[in-house]
Design a protein around this ligand. Sequence first.
Ligand code: GDP
Ligand code: MN
Length: 428
Amino acid sequence: MRLYENEAKTVFEREGIAVPRALGVFERSADLRGSVGPDAPVMLKALVLIGGRGKAGGVRRAAGRAEAVSFATEMLGLKIRGYSVERLLIEEAVEAIGGAAYVGVTMNPADFNVTVIVSPAGGVDIEQVARETPEKILKVELPGNDEVLPEAEAVRLTAFLASGLPGGAAQADALKAVVSKVYAVFQKYDCKVAEINPLLLTATGPVAVDAKIVLDDNGLYRQEGLFHLMGLATARHDVSEPTRNEVRARAAGFRYVDLLAEDHKKDPEKLYVGLVPGGAGYGIFSIDEVANIGDRFFGGRVIPVNFMDSGGGPTVAQVAEMFDLLFDDEVVDLVITSRFGGISSCDVFIRGLVGCLRERRKTGRCVVPVVGRMVGTDLPSARDFLERAKRETPGELEDMKITVGNQKIMADVIREGIRFAFDRKGWV
Ligand code: GDP
Ligand code: MN
């Protein structure tokens, strides 16, 4: 569970790390008037659960009340990478007298060691620092899982940080305290990430100008005190805001996850593949399979766009909606489907698919090639239905190639499907 910036700052402050003075959290710009002084410089910060707000207009500095109200009006309602800005954190602006540091604690997912990362090149994306100037990052793995950062490591991390940071030497002790406290927060609250970026050096010492905490959901049951501190009754389930497709799938009663951002710019050289798999496991597998086959045989020009899971026993209408959703998504060039009928029926599946294609043709809506295989429960009646449908309305079903039974492995079905779509586009 990710905490909002103001919540993370509450946690850090409680553990003794200095944070900017907050003037409040606001949902309407007019409400700022009573809280911001006429000439008091303030920071306006969008409370959204995503980083990189600065670059997207989600962090702004106002010189005083009038500007703060006008900036707030612009920021509320803004969308930052799919997250709408509904609340703003307003803080007194902090004046830096030295550099900006990065201090983060996380866990190495490979060996579960707690990892402390510091850099004197804070303020920007730490991934960018890692790529462009890796010598400006010190990463220390701590296999001991100690509750307190061991003194020797604290000294080593601080020396690296203080020496690279303008003004750092004079505040070395305070920096060491901050690094140790971020580590302590990480351990005490069962975090996956505890991070300050940037930590600004000010006349009164280092101040955590931005704060990020992601709690490990497996540890939430022992964090009652933290929930209380933040005024939350239960865990929030707001990892991200659902996309249009996700909302639509939820309404229709099946699970769906978009793999691309909603504002993804379509690459005209690539083939975007929507997936209607049988179940959740196969759904995950087919994402990899499509990408791997694309890499191996099609020069890496194939991009899977979604995860989907019908759950056991969807209705004909639900199956049709699963395909409709992908056909309506203008990014999709090809749909690959696999019905492995266990609880679900092949007969229901094929009626849903054929019905969807016929209806779309009748109403002049877009159809892209759909290729797949069906195996399992109710296969004989599904085959009969499919053969009759193709005899009756061949034109309406010309974009569909469904292999009936087990004579082909899915890898071949996927490869042939991609070939079919490439041929349609006249690609080699
Ligand atoms: P992020 O882009 O989502 O990580 O948002 P941040 O809270 O890190 O803000 C982006 C940038 O704004 C920071 O890297 C700082 O450079 C700057 N910033 C934010 N708050 C303050 C402040 O109080 N004083 C100063 N001088 N800069 C700030
Ligand atoms: Mn930041």
